[in-house]
Design a binder for this molecule. Sequence first.
Ligand code: SF4
Ligand code: SF4
Length: 675
Amino acid sequence: MPRFRETTLQSTPSVPRKERIKDPKDIMRSVDPAALYMLEKAKDQNLISSYDRFAAQQPQCAFGYEGICCRICFQGPCRIKPGDGPGSKGICGATAYTIVARNIARMMAGGASAHSDHGRHIVHALLHAAEGKLADFKVTDVEKLNRVAERIGISAEGKTENELAVEVSKAALEDFGRQTDEPCTWLRTTITDGRNKKFADCCIAPTAIDRSVVSLLHQTHIGTDADPVNIIFGGLKCGLADYVGMHISTDLSDVLFGTPKPVVTEANLGVIKEDKVNVIVHGHNPILSQTVVNVAKEMEAEAKAAGATGIQLSGICCTGNEVLMRSGVPIATNFSSQELAIMTGAVDVMVVDVQCIMPSVQAVAECFHTKIVTTMDISKIPGAHHFAFDEEHAVESAKAVIRLAIEGYKNRQGMVCDIPQIKSKVIAGFSVEAIVELLAAINPETPIKVLTDAVEAGELAGVALLCGCNNLESVHDNNHLTIARELTKNNVFVVTTGCSAQALAKAGMMAPEAIEEYAGEGLKNFLKRLADANQDKLTDGLPLVFHMGSCVDNSRAHDLSTLMAKQLNVDTPKVPFVASAPEAMSEKAVSIGAGAVAMGYPTHVGTMPPIEGSPLVFGIATQIASDVYGGYFIFETDPMVAAAKLLASLDNRTWKLGIHKKTAEKYETQLCENY
Ligand code: SF4
Ligand code: SF4
């Protein structure tokens, strides 16, 4: 195990590009047994899914894959060819490094837009509920509201909870559109002093989310910025704006719907029930889906009157994670296998909101009785039902969705359903507050010290966030599972979000039994101590990996690392904390990754973003970022090698921290200021 970060080991993917090209005949690209079962069925019935389309796209265009295709103006597309002739630059003279940097930065702008527009929707819902304009929503978690208000400097004294919620919502809206040069409140108040100083020194602290996105799109317009360092650092600013949008989403969703606590549920296609009315919620925004969950309980009788034994809700992607975390709704599956859920023939309605909904769900649904219901003005699919959802009529809309599903259930009678009987037990619901409460059972005064002590003592090798999507570039779920198994075997405390969490949940890694099967001795002892101290609260024990929620809830993992940094008296780049998106694919994954690097984490990406066309930009992401911010990207497509690189990063950080702490103790002084 290298003591110092071995830069060539860290930054160069171990699998060369030509070995990453896939066999177009191989569509059985999953390790999820339920997905494989459904893929066999799809083959028998000539149903086409993303797995077939992935195969049909092979081999993918090398220019696009490496990021050296520019379509920013329509003189193009310009493709960069090797050598130094006229073909080695775009028509405007843009070099490979400018084109790669602009393309990847624009992905960051796209990702930040998606997270923060979601966040804005939540802020408006809270504001309007607190102003008394929405009968179906209210402040549910007053304690969280008070904590958020205190953190951002708003006094609760003498105010009703609605008055306070109005003020907090207006402060959040300021973070979207502020025109002065003050950094976003949700950035300034949630990170370490060291990070605040670093972002100010490097001029990458966003002052407003919308402004950061607009500036980056301007910066990357034809004929504006050609400097790849400047463009990538502009992208990092947008990555931090993305962080602000995510944090606002998490905080205010908790205020509206409650802060997650441990829940027990199940995951994988086996949660769909033939004898029930099946409604799948899919997308990202919890506003409608949480209302569907609340309303479904009241509509059980209607479902039974139609001959069903009840209503079965389940989730896909991050809407699924939101309702799992707060209400224990089971997970049906994750991103890549979303069409396969419909192919069971038992889904009566799939209600979708925004992001990560494959347009093809409608085409698959047309082969069955399933109805796809779109609900958001900006997210429609030709052929699908559109129920325009507005918060003023939330319960009414949710009831309409469930009634459509009950009709669907009636229509499905006599049709064949084929549901793979595969599912795993899941213990989830680990907000930072829930984790701190568990730790407080051991150390009520300084709960986080239980975690940092375990790291400093070598019982834990550190903390890793596994997050992000599926990408059929890798075998569906395989990178998530391999990396999680390797990390936990080596005593890393793993927290997880997004489709990564769903992959781990489906594979049984959120069941207590997984601890015995996969955890190294140190992690086993740590989790046992935690479970023993919380016996009264935990009816079903603790899981091996801790589900922290949806993609926007990566903000919860950031908060955990900030708590650790404060306890260890260092800045976040010194904390033994790493992040990995083993199967990243979305623009949001790029902006999340940019934010994570700026915060100082070694950040692994297991599927190649379009960056290899410029060794200079590749070097900025893997080396220069590290020199300036302490965080850096690790691009590695082999999950075993990726796990080794993440472990080496943690090992390096823990070792350095130990050396500095010992030196400080020896000379009876503080940790070196620049450390
Ligand atoms: S911006 Fe330049 S490189 Fe890009 S398409 Fe236009 S001319 Fe080509
Ligand atoms: S993790 Fe990726 S694929 Fe999954 S819901 Fe989030 S953005 Fe979509």
